[in-house]
Design a protein around this ligand. Structure first.
Ligand SMILES: NC(=O)C1=CN([C@@H]2O[C@H](COP(=O)(O)OP(=O)(O)OC[C@H]3O[C@@H](n4cnc5c(N)ncnc54)[C@H](OP(=O)(O)O)[C@@H]3O)[C@@H](O)[C@H]2O)C=CC1
Ligand SMILES: Nc1nc(=O)c2c([nH]1)NC[C@@H]1CN(c3ccc(C(=O)N[C@@H](CCC(=O)O)C(=O)O)cc3)C=[N+]21
Length: 281
């Protein structure tokens, strides 16, 4: 069996084509105004700076605008909250992205939660998470939502399947698990205190790797015919799952690069467009 490649790069490109037309249509209705995403980068971490730049570039590719806000490494929680408050109250801004992680002196959770629900296009607030978990309308957290859009596009069946999510972070593992539950999968969430990780992963029909350690999840933990989603991303261009040996025995997998990453960015800008359409359309 040759595994199907869940090609996030190609799907993101296809979605961008569709979005470009929607942005044009919106501009025509809104006197040339476009949706605007405000990105906030605190400090000078080069990887974070690259990701934020990629998000701004994606906006421009579909004809939307972004406003890049850069704040010093020494920024306080109060200063960041004041900036978020200003953006919440700016009617020209339709989405707010606060790049994670922020420097340690900042209360990141308080800052995420200060983003108004209508502008939380990256899906990072407790309110958005709670609403999504209860099946109510909210923008999804960008990475797990991007994964769901990818699985839906490839018509991966989730209902009744055993999904094992390795990782429980606020912006990846935890919302991923709730989205899979909403899609009627039976969900197991694993983390650093999990005792029998390999045995649990072996039971998975769908496995999501979100551990943050290069190729931590071994190929021989994954059963034949499984669907493999590797959310990890490391500078050496590998993910959190040992993917190479899987290509001829799983049903489908997301490559790294070219899988989850492009879908994360696409989902962020798609949700910005949706927010812009609500405000301008
Ligand atoms: N492509 C994309 O768009 C994105 C990719 N990423 C990538 O995804 C990965 C995960 O990111 P993120 O969720 O932010 O990372 P975090 O470090 O916030 O979370 C890692 C999670 O993995 C768990 N974990 C750590 N060690 C083990 C272990 N030995 N066994 C089982 N579980 C373990 C932790 O458990 P515990 O809670 O107990 O500490 C934690 O829940 C990274 O590689 C990151 O680069 C992240 C965001 C977006
Ligand atoms: N509030 C917040 N929201 C995020 O969504 C968020 C964040 N903070 N902090 C950091 C992580 C990381 N992240 C990535 C996005 C795209 C790629 C991506 O597109 N990667 C390409 C390769 C890029 C390259 O060539 O380096 C790929 O996988 O194909 C990777 C990682 C979003 N994150």
């Amino acid at each position: 069996m040759t595994a199907q490649i869940l090609d996030g790069k190609a799907l993101a490109q296809q979605f961008e084509e569709e979005m470009r037309q929607r942005v044009e249509a919106l501009k025509a209705k809104a006197d040339g105004r476009t949706p605007i995403l405000a990105t906030i980068l605190v400090g000078a971490d080069p990887a974070s700076a690259t990701y934020v730049k990629m998000k701004g570039n994606a906006c421009r590719r579909v004809g939307m605008e972004s406003e890049a806000i850069e704040m010093a490494e020494s920024t306080t929680t109060e200063e960041l909250l004041a900036k978020i408050d200003e953006l919440n109250n700016n009617p020209d801004v339709h989405g707010i992205l606060l790049q994670h992680p922020v420097p340690a002196q900042i209360d990141e959770r308080a800052c995420f939660d200060a983003i108004s629900l209508e502008k939380d296009v990256d899906g990072v607030t407790c309110l958005g998470f709670g609403r999504m978990s209860m099946g109510e309308a909210a923008y999804g957290c960008a990475t797990p939502k991007g994964i769901m859009r990818l699985l839906e596009h490839y018509q991966v069946e989730m209902e009744g399947k055993h999904a094992v999510v390795v990782g429980r972070s606020a912006i990846l593992g935890k919302p991923m698990a709730m989205m899979l539950l909403e899609a009627n999968a039976t969900v197991t969430i694993c983390h650093s205190r999990t005792r029998n990780l390999a045995d649990l992963v072996k039971q998975a029909d769908i496995v999501v790797g979100a551990v943050g350690k290069p190729e931590f999840i071994k190929a021989d933990w994954i059963k034949d015919g499984a669907v493999v989603v590797d959310a990890g991303y490391h500078p050496e261009q590998c993910g959190d799952i040992e993917l190479a040996p899987l290509a001829d025995r799983v049903a489908a997998y997301t490559p790294v690069p070219g899988g989850v990453g492009p879908m994360t960015i696409n989902t962020l800008i798609f949700q910005t467009l949706q927010s812009g359409e609500k405000a301008l359309g």
